[in-house]
Design a protein around this ligand. Structure first.
Ligand SMILES: *Cc1c(COP(=O)(O)O)cnc(C)c1O
Length: 387
C-alpha cells in the first residue's frame, strides 16, 4: 500500500488532502516523494514562519532537545519564562499562559474573560460577542465562538453564551452590547479562515470604545495574524490598540505546537492557582524554538514583509481576471474569476503551493522568503489565474 492508501485506511476522515506526499524542505522550497520541488506560499497554514528547517530554529530546538525535553508545570524551567518575558517586552502585555494550539489559547482567553466579568459585574455577564465568519478553533467552546453555522450543525449543543455580530457592522455591535450582558468581544483583526477579511479602523475603534464604556474584555485572536504575519508583530498593532487579552499559536512555534494566551495589566491576575493548566504547555523544546522565531521579528524583517506584500498586491492587481486582493502583510486573499480550487491544482502542477480561504486563493508565504523565489511563484500564479 502506498502512503495515500494507508492514510485513507488509518487516518480519521476529517481532512481533504491535496494529492501530494511532502517529504523534505529547506527555506521556502519543499519536495514531494517523487522529488518534484515546489515554492511554498502556504507555510503549513502560517506556521513555518521562517520556512522549512530554518537553521537558527533547528539549532535552538536541537540544543534544547539534547538537554531537557519536558518538565511538566510542577517545576520551573528557563525557556518558557524567557519566551513569556520576550512576548511581554515586545507587546506591553504582562503575563502569559502557555498551551499547545490556537484553540487551547482561545479556551484560556474565554475562561479569563468569563471569570473577570463574573468577579466584576456578576456571573450573568457571561456573553462573549464574536464575529460572523470568524474562526476560533475546533473544541466545543471555540466552535461556539466560531461564527459559522457550517461548523456547528452536527455537534450541538455547543457551549452557551456566544452572540454573533457581522464584521465591520458598528450599529449591530452597539445594539448587541447595549441589549446584552457582555463579558467580552473577541475578534481576528484579519479574518483568516473566513476569507481574509480585514476589520475596518472604525469597527476596531468601536470595539475599544464600547469595551471602555462597559468594562468589556477585548480578546484579539492572533493565532493566524500574529508573529509578523500582517507586517506588524501582532495584527492589533496595525490599529494602534492594545487588547486586554490576545491569543496566538501557529507562527509563534515556527513548526512545533505551541499556544499562548497573553494577558494585560487588567487581566494578568484573574486566574488563580488551580484555575487552569496544561501538561505540555510551556514545553521547553517548543519554547526554545519560539524564542528563536520571536526574537528575529524586528523592524527590519517587518519592513521586508511590507515590501513583499506591496509587491504581491501590485503585481496581482495588474493581473487580468483578479477581482480583488485583500488582507495585510503576507496574509493575502485573492478573489478570481476562475475557480480557486482549479488555480490551486494548476499551481501545484507548476511547482507552487497556495491554499484556499472560502472562495479565495490564500497566500501565507514565509516571512523571509527570498525575493527571487517570491517573484517566480507570483509570476506562475498570475499566469495560472489568467490562463
Ligand atoms: C488556526 C486558527 C485557530 C485554531 O488553531 P489550532 O492550532 O488549529 O487549534 C484559531 N483561531 C484562528 C484565527 C486560526 O487561524
Amino acid at each position: 500500500m502506498n502512503i495515500k492508501e494507508k492514510d485513507s485506511l488509518y487516518i480519521a476522515n476529517t481532512y481533504g488532502r491535496f494529492p501530494l506526499v511532502l517529504t523534505k524542505g529547506k527555506g521556502s522550497k519543499v519536495m514531494d516523494e517523487e522529488g518534484k520541488e515546489y515554492i511554498d506560499l502556504a507555510t503549513g497554514i502560517a506556521v513555518n514562519s521562517f520556512g522549512y528547517c530554518d537553521d537558527e530554529w533547528t539549532n535552538a530546538i536541537n540544543s534544547q532537545l539534547n538537554t531537557l525535553q519536558h518538565t511538566s508545570n510542577l517545576y520551573y524551567s528557563k525557556p518558557c519564562v524567557e519566551l513569556a518575558e520576550l512576548l511581554c517586552e515586545k507587546t506591553g502585555m504582562k503575563k502569559v499562559f502557555f498551551s499547545n494550539s490556537g484553540a487551547e489559547a482561545n479556551e484560556c482567553a474565554i475562561k479569563v474573560a468569563r471569570k473577570y466579568a463574573a468577579d466584576k459585574k456578576g456571573s450573568d455577564y457571561n456573553t462573549i460577542i464574536t464575529l460572523k465568519n470568524s474562526f476560533h478553533g475546533r473544541t466545543i467552546t471555540t466552535l461556539a465562538a466560531t461564527g459559522q453555522d457550517v461548523f456547528h450543525k452536527d455537534f450541538l449543543p455547543l457551549t452557551q453564551g456566544f452572540a454573533y455580530v457581522e464584521a465591520n457592522n458598528c450599529d449591530e455591535l452597539v445594539k448587541t452590547v447595549e441589549n446584552g450582558k457582555i463579558a467580552a468581544i473577541m475578534f481576528e483583526t484579519v479574518q483568516g479562515e473566513g476569507g481574509i477579511n480585514p476589520l475596518t479602523e472604525e469597527f476596531v475603534k468601536t470595539i475599544f470604545d464600547l469595551a471602555e464604556k462597559y468594562d468589556i474584555i477585548t480578546i484579539a485572536d492572533e493565532v493566524q495574524t500574529g508573529n509578523g504575519r500582517t507586517g506588524e508583530l501582532y495584527g492589533f498593532m496595525n490599529y494602534g490598540v492594545l487588547p486586554d487579552i490576545f491569543s496566538t499559536a501557529k507562527g509563534l512555534g515556527g513548526g512545533l505546537p505551541i499556544g499562548a494566551t497573553v494577558l494585560s495589566e487588567k487581566t494578568k491576575d484573574v486566574l488563580k492557582s488551580g484555575d487552569h493548566g496544561s501538561t505540555f504547555g510551556g514545553n521547553p523544546v517548543a519554547c526554545a524554538g519560539a524564542i528563536s522565531i520571536l526574537k528575529r521579528i524586528d523592524c527590519k524583517l517587518l519592513n521586508e514583509v511590507k515590501q513583499k506584500s506591496q509587491y504581491i498586491v501590485e503585481t496581482l492587481s495588474k493581473c487580468n481576471e483578479v477581482k480583488s486582493v485583500t488582507g495585510k502583510g503576507l496574509m493575502l486573499g485573492i478573489e478570481t474569476v476562475k475557480d480557486a480550487g482549479q488555480i490551486i491544482a494548476e499551481c501545484q502542477q507548476r511547482g507552487v503551493l497556495v491554499i484556499k480561504a472560502k472562495n479565495k486563493v490564500r497566500l501565507l508565504p514565509a516571512l523571509n522568503i527570498p525575493f527571487d523565489e517570491l517573484k517566480k511563484a507570483i509570476n506562475i500564479l498570475c499566469e495560472v489565474i489568467e490562463e
